[in-house]
Design a protein around this ligand. Structure first.
Ligand code: HEM
Length: 178
C-alpha cells in the first residue's frame, strides 16, 4: 500500500469502529429500558445478553445500508440499473422484512427468527471486519450495566434518524438511585 492507501485504511478503521458501536450501545440501552420487562429479564439472566444485543441491532441499527457498484446491468421489475451505478442496499429495510420476521416492528429479545448471520454487518467480502469486536463490546457493556445498575431509569429517550450509512442519534438521559 502507498501512504495514501495506508492513511485511508486507518481512517476507515477508526470511522467504522467508533460511531457504529457507540450508537448501538445507546440504542440497546434505550430499547431495553423502554421495554422494562425485557430489561428486567436481562438483569435476572445474563444469558439473554447476546439475544438482546442482536435484537437491538436488528430493530434500530446504527448502520442502515451497504453500498455496492453494479458490475453489470441489472433489471429490477423493469427498471434498468446500468453497469457502474452506485447502489445502496437497505439492510435496515431487510431487517424489518415481514416475510422474514414475525411482527418485524416489535422489539422481542426472545424471537426465534433472529438472523444467524446478522445483516447489520453487511454481506460478502466487505462484511464488517469488526463484527466480533463490536458484539463483544456491546455484550460486555450491557452485561455490566444490567449487573451493576438494574434500577437504571430512562429519563429522556434518544432519537435516531436516517436510512443510509451511520444513523445520527440524539443524546439520551438516564438516572438511577443508589
Ligand atoms: C455495531 C457496530 C458495527 C456495525 C453495525 C458495523 C457495520 C458495518 C457495515 C454495514 C459494513 C459494510 C459491510 C458491507 O459492505 O457488506 C462495515 C464495514 C467495516 N467495518 Fe464495521 N460495523 C461495526 C463495528 C465495527 C468495528 C468495531 C470495526 C473495527 C474494529 C469495524 C470495521 C469495519 C471495517 C474496516 C469495514 C470495511 C470492510 C471492507 O470494506 O472490507 N466495524 N461495518
Amino acid at each position: 500500500m502507498n501512504l495514501e492507501e495506508i492513511l485511508f485504511q486507518i481512517f476507515l478503521l477508526i470511522a467504522a469502529a467508533t460511531d457504529t458501536t457507540r450508537i448501538s450501545t445507546v440504542m440497546q440501552d434505550a430499547l431495553l429500558l423502554q421495554h422494562r420487562a425485557q430489561w428486567e429479564a436481562v438483569c435476572r439472566d445474563p444469558a439473554l445478553v447476546p439475544a438482546a444485543v442482536a435484537e437491538s441491532l436488528r430493530l434500530e441499527p446504527s448502520a442502515a445500508a451497504v453500498a455496492r457498484i453494479a458490475a453489470e446491468p441489472i433489471d429490477i421489475d423493469g427498471t434498468l440499473v446500468p453497469a457502474g451505478s452506485l447502489i445502496t442496499l437497505s439492510t435496515m429495510s431487510a431487517m424489518r422484512d415481514e416475510r422474514a420476521f414475525t411482527n418485524p416492528d416489535a422489539f422481542d429479545i426472545g424471537r426465534t427468527d433472529q438472523m444467524r448471520m446478522h445483516a447489520v454487518f453487511g454481506y460478502g467480502v466487505h462484511r464488517c471486519i469488526g463484527e466480533a469486536l463490536a458484539r463483544a463490546e456491546l455484550e460486555e457493556v450491557l452485561a455490566a450495566l444490567a449487573a451493576r445498575i438494574p434500577q437504571l431509569q430512562l429519563d429522556v429517550p434518544p432519537t435516531i434518524s436516517g436510512h443510509f450509512g451511520v444513523r445520527p442519534v440524539s443524546a439520551m438521559r438516564v438516572s438511577w438511585k443508589p
